[in-house]
Design a protein around this ligand. Structure first.
Ligand code: M6R
Length: 379
């Protein structure tokens, strides 16, 4: 049942290309055949979600979207916040489901849509947040993987991941599929409204290329990541830094490292480092940077230099063909170039592999880390 892999986690990391294909099946469409009057070029490449028309209309007229989730799903939600604000121009709040109903969030049923994200669809805090929002009269939309789960049943509508069962306690393919669903949703809402047609088309095309790009990352980087894992497996602390769309990936990289290898890890927005965490850096501290050549790359590069100046050991994830980081970093992992807003779907993959290999080398029970359950059904 592990398909020849040693652990479910590795199997689920490796099956991400297929999981994402399944997630996009029937949703990201390139209509085939010669152009004719029936289909404009824009209609030939599009995202179709089986959301009821009235739900789509509610999204398009929403004054605010509030996303509630826990753990890895919360990290996906944070990427979703950035996407929905940038592509759809709708204000978004991301809330820890566990905090949401214990503070006085102002909910306006005629203006706000609440979106809950959960792989299992059974997380107690997320379920409680959903019930709280429904009680307040809000439209509640779910993004779940487990078909027929409680959260999927209790929401007013939703989108399934179709990523297949996730067994390993550490969430991997669910994260990439959640971000993909959020991207498809954002594009569907934005289409013909808040983004130019050529940007829409370009992004839909990017989505369709994600599976093959992940396959490339997996096949080209595993050996190097094993080498990095070997060098840093005894680290006591580790820092993950990223900015913009890759700040949530820094959080996710740190969570993966903590939960399966028991190494203390923190994720931070790279520029916040100088407001405290920089004090931790010494020559024993691995610092993982997500440094894609995007709109904020130069700033991230200067953050790398700051770490370097304090003798920190830098591991960077950057674009294929970018050679200028080699002199500043101990290790550089190259991944295919991709549009900024969908880059988390690729940049997270090396981090999943890194935490996996470190945990295995430390003799940890990767699929069932201590004190953790796959689905947290108690508050
Ligand atoms: O099933 P959910 O997505 O609601 O689960 C939320 C968290 O419990 C979950 O993502 C947890 O943080 C994972 N173990 C992270 O790998």
């Amino acid at each position: 049942e592990k398909g020849g892999f040693k652990h479910f986690m590795l199997k689920e990391i490796m099956e991400q290309p297929v999981a994402l294909e399944n997630c996009m099946r029937g949703r990201v469409k390139q209509l085939v055949g010669p152009p004719d009057n029936q289909f404009t070029l824009l209609q030939r490449l599009q995202v179709l979600l089986s959301l009821e028309r009235e739900i789509l209309t509610s999204f398009q007229s929403a004054k605010r979207i509030i996303i509630c989730a826990c753990g890895t799903s919360w990290h996906a939600g944070l990427v979703g916040e950035y996407m929905l604000e940038s592509l759809c121009k709708i204000p978004v709040e991301i809330e820890y489901a566990s905090e949401f109903r214990y503070r006085s969030v102002v909910l306006r049923p005629d203006e706000d849509i609440v979106m809950v994200i959960s792989q299992s669809g059974e997380t107690a805090d997320t379920l409680a947040a959903l019930r709280h929002a429904k009680q307040a009269g809000c439209l509640v939309i779910g993004i779940c993987n487990t078909v027929g789960s409680t959260i999927a049943r209790e929401t007013d509508g939703g989108i399934y991941l179709h990523a297949g069962p996730e067994i390993g306690v550490a969430s991997t393919k669910a994260f990439t599929a959640q971000v993909l669903v959020l991207a498809m949703l954002a594009l569907r809402i934005a289409q013909g409204r808040t983004i130019p047609d050529d940007e829409y088309k370009m992004l839909v095309k990017e989505l369709s290329k994600l599976p093959s790009r992940i396959t490339k990352i997996l096949s080209e980087n595993e050996a190097k990541i094993c080498e990095i894992a070997k060098v840093y497996r005894y680290a006591h602390h580790c820092l993950f830094l990223g900015r913009g769309y890759n700040y949530p990936v820094a959080l996710e990289g740190a969570l993966k490292m903590k939960e399966i290898s028991y190494i203390h890890a923190e994720g931070y927005p790279a520029a916040e480092m100088k407001h405290g965490p920089i004090a931790l850096i010494d020559n024993l501290m691995p610092v993982v940077f997500i440094a894609m050549q995007d709109s904020i790359y130069d700033k991230v590069k200067s953050n790398i230099m700051e770490v370097r100046a304090r003798k920190g050991c830098v591991i960077a994830i950057t674009d294929e063909g970018n050679t200028e980081l080699e002199s500043l970093c101990e290790y550089v992992i190259h991944i295919p170039k991709v549009s900024e807003c969908v880059s988390p779907i690729l940049t997270v993959v090396p981090l999943q592999l890194l935490s996996y290999h470190i945990a295995v080398m430390r003799g940890c029970d990767v699929d069932m880390p201590r004190n953790l359950a796959k689905s947290v059904t108690t508050e």
